[in-house]
Design a protein around this ligand. Structure first.
Ligand code: GLA
Length: 419
């Protein structure tokens, strides 16, 4: 799991420095398999069985990128790939964490006091930091033991970090009797807790897309998330019924959201909003006038991306509602171009994947997630799936890139207790 490499680049452990590769993107565990793996690790480490196992998934975003922290719209689906947290409550203030990373088990032991003073860094922050997130929201956690296993690929832009935070949040929610996971309103609060953990303890200034996708989606649906008021709508997303397939292409170009690039995009948006006298860029209703007020071409381009991307989400959902799935393809392509040219968060591996997929018959293709590496998605006719995969692999060989990992996905289930 990506406790560290996606959303934090500090404090690499020796284990992580030695590691090579990540779990195959292709292999999502069944919930039963994941629950057994995490429970076995727990028993191996702590010589007793866990009280329960909670799972929470990674995500791909269909469209609506870098809109969440601008009060905009996003449209993620949950992946079948999840992080599994086997957990037990303790009666003291000790917290013990173990996690299998690239086949090796890393461990940590500390106290609630250390966590609340935010003395946790690196991969620990994603797990232990959730205690701080609960505390900040007015909930007091007890000590606990946790063992983590995950099949969400690391550093692939598929939200492995949010999956860790959300699986642990679900476990603590039940072990400490807060009961927030019982309904969507409570789950929205858990999302806020996980986001606060990531922003304040981990130090990555991300929005709420990933955590909402992990905790508030429904199987077979995409989640239309309105980040202005956190309202949601479940949008039926059954590509197979139209003879279509969604491919996820893990470019293997590893990204970080903590190297200043993500923060600088967010800062540009906040600066633009301040200049325009609005709280978020969502409130812009005259793009031309807003652009004319920008201090430079770069800030103008950032604003153009955000405003047009929010409109693309609306158009995408309207087409889905009208049963016109095939017609969403140009919106995916425009989204990629906007992220590449106006927001400047793409990279060579993403651009090559997208171009190769399209040239081999993909109807639409775009980067997904924060960018600077990570994954792309391609909407393909089922009959063209193999040709598209072959074309992307061939182009990667030609460019001398590491071989990508490609697989088809359907919308998975949101986080829940699985054992
Ligand atoms: C990352 C962040 C999200 C969101 C996306 C871009 O995944 O964690 O909050 O900003 O990038 O859409």
């Amino acid at each position: 799991m990506d406790h560290r490499s996606i959303e934090s680049d500090d404090a690499e452990t020796p284990t992580q420095q030695r590691s090579t590769g990540s779990p195959s993107t292709e292999t999502a565990w069944s919930r039963g398999q994941g629950a057994c793996k995490a429970a076995d690790l727990f028993t191996e480490q702590y010589a007793t069985a866990p009280h329960g196992v909670w799972a929470s998934p990674g995500r791909v975003n269909l469209i609506g990128e870098h809109t969440d922290y601008n009060g905009g719209l996003c449209l993620p689906i949950a992946l079948p790939h999840a992080t599994y947290a086997a957990m037990s409550r303790r009666d003291d203030d000790v917290v013990r964490i173990c996690s299998r990373v690239h086949g090796e088990v890393v461990t940590w032991q500390g106290t609630l006091g250390e966590i609340l003073r935010r003395k946790v860094k690196g991969w620990i922050a994603y797990t232990a930091g959730v205690v701080w997130g609960f505390h900040d929201a007015g909930y007091q956690c007890t000590g606990f033991d946790v063992a983590l296993e995950s099949c969400v690929p690391l550093g692939a832009g598929l939200s492995s970090s949010a999956a860790v935070e959300c699986a642990v949040a679900l476990g603590l929610d039940e072990l400490d009797g807060f009961g927030l996971a019982a309904d969507d309103r409570g789950r929205a609060e858990l999302v806020d807790i996980a986001v606060a953990t990531e922003n304040t303890v981990v130090g990555a200034p991300t929005g709420g897309l990933d955590q909402a996708a992990s905790l508030r989606t429904q199987e077979g649906r995409a989640l239309l998330l309105d980040c202005l008021d956190t309202s949601t709508r479940q949008v039926p997303f059954d590509l197979a019924a139209s003879g279509l397939q969604l491919l996820v292409i893990d470019t293997r170009a590893r990204h970080s959201l903590n190297d200043g690039q993500y923060a600088s995009r967010r800062a540009s948006c906040e600066q633009a909003a301040a200049l325009l006298g609005v709280d978020t860029l969502r409130q812009i209703d005259d793009l031309g006038a807003a652009i004319a007020m920008m201090p430079d071409a770069t800030t103008a381009a950032r604003v153009r991306h955000v405003v047009t991307e929010i409109q693309r989400v609306q158009d995408f959902v309207a087409l889905m509602d009208a049963g016109r799935v095939l017609d969403v393809s140009p919106l995916m392509n425009e989204s990629h171009e906007s992220l590449r040219d106006d927001y400047e968060v793409s990279c060579a591996e993403l651009d090559v994947a997208v171009a190769a997929a399209r040239s081999a018959g993909a109807l639409g293709a775009r980067m997904t997630g924060g960018g600077f590496g990570g994954s792309a998605i391609a909407l393909v006719r089922e009959v063209d799936g193999a040709a598209v995969q072959d074309a992307v692999r061939a182009q990667y060989r030609e460019h001398g890139f590491i071989a990508p990992k490609i697989h088809g996905v359907t919308p998975g289930r949101s986080g829940a207790r699985v054992s």
